[in-house]
Design a protein around this ligand. Structure first.
Ligand SMILES: *[C@@H]1O[C@H](CO)[C@@H](O)[C@H](O)[C@H]1NC(C)=O
Ligand SMILES: *[C@@H]1O[C@H](CO)[C@@H](O)[C@H](O)[C@H]1NC(C)=O
Ligand SMILES: *[C@@H]1O[C@H](CO)[C@@H](O)[C@H](O)[C@H]1NC(C)=O
Ligand SMILES: *[C@@H]1O[C@H](CO)[C@@H](O)[C@H](O)[C@H]1NC(C)=O
Length: 399
């Protein structure tokens, strides 16, 4: 009895001292959501532009040769061509954020993973534009583990990448995080996240002996996504200028979802040249339900992946666009004569009644080819705010 009382007293005082310390530490380290939001926001023209770079497959620079280019292009073609392409894309598009969707380095051919990453991301770092990366299935094949690769990325200059969400104790993979994009400074939306970006680790290969093939997005990651999405929705529909719907979201990861196989040339924009996998889509051989989770959450309007270098389409299924960027890197397999490419996404804000900038009105996308003119192709509207949302329920009628 005395013993257990002692334990109780000790436990209670231990708990008290811990919680007091936590409160103090939390106060000192407290960063307001506004400060966090201000890292990314729409510019004064009411636009936010994202450049997606998929599958650089970077190794050792000038000694790493190109794959699948025309014989006439093969002379002095190396990783440095990948570097030159990023530099040209950044100059041409001046994006607000650069997203690298995995297989950033090709581990097998890299002599030092950290050096390969430093070289691969160098143009983004030098541009002073915020950039982020997620992992593919080849990033960990060199001198660093997946955790090691992601830690290295997180420590690099100008990146907003995170190792994992700090509020979650256990989550599969490395590099699951979200970013909020604030409305235009000086408007009522300046402290609201009007566009939400989700980044996930789609893994590498199945660790389950009875399931062959690529990895998938796990329940732990989906739970984190669901909670984050619900929290962001709650905040967006409350406070100053309360909104009816959640702010639109975009999700970026490496391996396409099995649902990418639901399209053909009659209902996608772009091409599908891949032959392998399920109908040309190299997703996991099982479906872990992330697409269903996205449809349920309702805020994500488009998903962007890489992995299949010679697929570059977007197709819409249940109001969600499923998009590839198309292969970017010259040390990645491709198709000779089919240009390396990158995807650009621009979100545009609507004007409010007061003539100020409001929430997101539309999300458009196009790709650019690595030819002399950086030719733009396949421009399309991925999503636009519906008539119904703009005008309220009283406008619904007719048949
Ligand atoms: C390109 O050049 C490299 C090295 O000279 C050679 O190994 C490779 O076969 C060439 N590829 C093509 C498509 O000509
Ligand atoms: C790679 O870069 C070299 C040097 O600038 C250039 O001569 C060559 O045409 C480029 N190759 C491709 C496929 O763009
Ligand atoms: C946004 O937050 C900043 C800092 O807290 C504050 O000064 C500003 O008034 C807020 N803007 C709006 C529109 O609420
Ligand atoms: C695309 O069209 C094909 C038939 O050409 C059909 O089987 C498929 O279900 C369609 N996909 C979507 C998402 O509508």
């Amino acid at each position: 009895m005395g013993m257990s009382f002692m334990v109780l007293v000790v436990t209670v005082s231990w708990f008290w001292s811990i919680s007091t310390t936590c409160v103090l530490a939390a106060k000192q380290a407290y960063i307001s959501p506004q400060q966090e939001n201000q890292k990314l926001r729409f510019d004064q023209n009411g636009e936010f532009k994202i450049l997606q770079v998929a599958d650089m497959h970077y190794a050792n620079g000038k000694n790493t040769l190109c794959l699948d280019v025309l014989p006439s292009q093969n002379i002095s073609c190396s990783d440095l061509n990948t570097t030159a392409f990023i530099q040209r894309m950044i100059l041409a598009e001046k994006p607000n954020l650069i997203v690298f969707t995995g297989d950033n380095i090709f581990g097998y051919d890299s002599s030092d993973s950290a050096k390969s990453m430093d070289a691969a991301f160098a143009p983004a770092v030098a541009s002073n534009i915020p950039w982020v990366a997620v992992l593919g299935n080849h990033d960990q094949e060199g001198s660093l583990s997946r955790e090691g690769v992601m830690k290295h990325i997180v420590g690099m200059k100008n990146t907003l990448s995170k190792l994992n969400p700090p509020e979650v104790r256990i989550i599969d993979g490395f590099g699951n995080y979200n970013l909020e994009v604030g409305g235009v400074q000086g408007t009522e939306f300046e402290n609201k996240s009007v566009l939400n970006l989700y980044f996930l680790d789609s893994g590498d290969y199945s660790k389950v002996p009875t399931i062959p093939g690529y990895d998938w997005i796990k329940p732990s990651q989906q739970l984190w996504f669901k909670r984050t999405s619900a929290e962001l929705r709650k905040v967006y529909i409350k406070g100053l200028v309360p909104q009816k719907e959640a702010a639109p979201g975009l999700a970026y990861f490496h391996i396409p979802l099995p649902e990418y196989a639901n399209f053909d040339s009659s209902n996608f924009t772009g091409v599908k040249i891949e032959q392998d996998g399920n109908n040309g889509i190299s997703s996991a051989s099982v479906n872990s339900g992330f697409f269903t989770t996205l449809v349920e959450a309702g805020d994500v309007k488009a998903v962007f992946t890489g992995h299949d270098h010679i697929n570059d389409f977007c197709g819409k299924l249940m109001d969600i666009q499923l998009c590839y960027a198309g292969g970017f890197g010259y040390h990645a397999y491709g198709k000779a004569g089919w240009s390396r490419r990158a995807r650009v996404v621009v979100a545009s804000l609507e004007k409010t009644d007061k003539g100020s900038w409001g929430g997101v009105k539309s999300i458009k996308s196009w790709k650019r080819l690595d030819d002399q003119q950086l030719t733009g192709i396949d421009g399309e509207v991925l999503w636009s705010k519906s008539f119904r949302e703009n005008n309220g329920a009283n406008q619904i009628g007719g048949n």
